[in-house]
Design a protein around this ligand. Structure first.
Ligand SMILES: *Cc1c(COP(=O)(O)O)cnc(C)c1O
Length: 365
C-alpha cells in the first residue's frame, strides 16, 4: 500500500529500481576490517596512479573558491579544442559524463519515446532513460559482445530518439566498428558514442562529429586522468544540438576544482599519457595471466579492465574469495552477466596479488 505522499510520486519512479553504485572505499574497508591502504581496488576502473601532481598543486594554491565557477568553462574548452582537434563551439563540459548522458536524454526524450540500449553495457543509459519516462528497447549483443546491427535496425521505430554505444564498451572491453556507426547514422535518430575509455584504446570517432549532425561523442577525465572523484567529463556535439543543450544545462554544473583540474591535467599530458601506457602494458600482462587460470575465460579489452567468464563454480564465490584477501572486483547481479566478473587493470603488484589469490581459489570451486 502506498501512503498519500507516495501516491504523489511519479509512477515510473515508484516502479523503477535505483542505480547500484560500487561500494565506497571507506565502507569497504570497514566492512572487511582492512585498513584503507591495504585494499586493492579493482572494481571501478579507476586509475591506480592517481591524478597529475599539478592538479593537487593547482587546487591547493587556488584562492578564489568563494566565487561561482565559469558557467561556460571557457578555459577548459579552449584546452579541449587543442586536445580533441574540434572547435570549442562544439564542446560542453559536464559534472562527469554521467551528467551529459542525463542532459542528452532530457534534451531528446519524453515519456513514451524510446532509446535503444545494447546490453551488456553501461548502466547509466538505462537509468537516465528510465528517470525521463522513456521506454528502453534492449538489443542484446552477440556471444562475442559485438553489436547486433540488423537487430538494432529492426528495433528502430518512429519513437526512437537515441542509441547509446559505449566504445570501448563497459564491461565487455570491445570497440564499435566505425562502419557500423556510420550505418546507424543514416537513420533518423541520434547516435551517442561514449568514449569513456578512449585513451586506453587510441581509436576515436570524434572527427566524424564534424560530418554528421546526429552524432555525439562523450569522454571523461574519470578514468585515464584519474579524476573520478572530481566529476568531470565532456562531449563533442553537432552545433544544432549543443545550442539547445546550453539552455538546459545548470549554469554552475562544473565546480571550480573540477575546472582547475582539467586545465592542470591537460598541462601535464606527457605524464598522464605515460601512466596510460603503463596501464595498457599491464592490461596485456593481466590478460595473459588470467588466461592461465583454468576456470576463467578473459575477453580481449581495449579499455582499462578485463571481463572474465567464470567457467567453473560461481562468479559470486570468486568475488568473495578475492574480497577475503582485500581484493575488490566488479560482480554483476544481473541475468546477462551472472557468470562474469570484471577486473580493472591495476599496478603490476596488484596483478600479482590477484593472480596468487585466483590460483589458490581454484581448489575450492
Ligand atoms: C565510467 C564510465 C562513465 C562515467 O564517467 P563519469 O565521467 O565518471 O561520469 C561513462 N561511460 C562509461 C561507459 C563508463 O564506463
Amino acid at each position: 500500500m502506498q501512503s498519500p505522499v507516495e501516491r504523489l510520486i511519479r509512477p515510473q519512479i515508484w516502479e523503477m529500481e535505483g542505480y547500484v553504485p560500487v561500494e565506497p572505499l571507506e565502507a569497504l574497508a570497514k566492512r572487511h576490517g582492512i585498513s584503507l591502504d591495504r585494499i586493492i581496488k579493482l572494481d571501478a576502473n579507476e586509475n591506480p596512479y592517481g591524478c597529475s601532481i599539478r592538479v593537487q598543486e593547482a587546487l591547493a594554491s587556488f584562492d578564489r573558491y568563494q566565487i561561482y565557477p565559469d558557467p561556460f568553462h571557457e578555459q577548459a574548452r579552449a584546452l579541449l579544442e587543442k586536445y580533441t582537434g574540434m572547435s570549442r563551439d562544439r564542446i560542453m563540459v559536464g559534472s562527469g559524463s554521467d551528467e551529459l548522458i542525463d542532459l542528452i536524454v532530457r534534451l531528446f526524450v519524453g515519456p513514451d519515446d524510446e532509446i535503444i540500449n545494447c546490453p551488456p553495457s553501461f548502466g547509466m543509459y538505462y537509468y537516465s532513460a528510465n528517470v525521463a519516462g522513456a521506454r528502453v528497447v534492449d538489443v542484446q549483443r552477440d556471444e562475442k559482445f559485438a553489436l547486433d546491427l540488423r537487430g538494432i535496425q529492426g528495433a528502430i521505430s518512429e519513437r526512437t530518439k537515441l542509441i547509446f554505444l559505449a566504445s570501448p564498451n563497459n564491461p565487455t572491453g570491445n570497440s564499435v566498428e566505425p562502419a557500423e556507426v556510420v550505418e546507424l547514422l543514416k537513420h533518423n535518430l541520434v547516435v551517442v558514442v561514449d568514449e569513456a575509455y578512449y585513451e586506453f584504446a587510441g581509436r576515436t570517432l570524434v572527427p566524424l562529429v564534424g560530418e554528421f549532425d546526429n552524432l555525439i561523442v562523450l569522454r571523461t577525465f574519470s578514468k585515464w586522468a584519474g579524476l573520478a572523484g572530481l566529476r568531470v567529463g565532456y562531449g563533442v556535439f553537432p552545433p544544432e544540438v549543443i545550442k539547445q543543450l546550453w539552455k538546459i544545462k545548470q549554469p554552475y554544473n562544473v565546480n571550480v576544482a573540477a575546472q582547475l583540474a582539467v586545465e592542470a591535467s591537460l598541462d601535464d599530458l606527457e605524464r598522464l599519457q605515460t601512466t596510460v601506457q603503463w596501464i595498457r602494458k599491464e592490461r596485456g600482462r593481466l590478460f595473459r595471466q588470467l588466461r592461465k587460470i583454468n576456470y576463467l575465460e578473459p575477453y580481449p579489452s581495449q579499455a582499462n579492465f578485463i571481463l572474465c567468464k567464470v567457467l567453473r563454480g560461481e562468479a559470486l564465490q570468486v568475488m568473495r574469495e578475492l574480497e577475503k584477501n582485500g581484493i575488490f572486483i566488479r560482480y554483476y547481479n544481473t541475468p546477462l552477466l551472472s557468470q562474469y566478473i570484471r577486473i580493472s587493470v591495476g599496478k603490476p603488484e596488484d596483478t600479482d596479488a590477484l593472480v596468487k589469490t585466483l590460483l589458490r581459489t581454484a581448489n575450492s570451486l
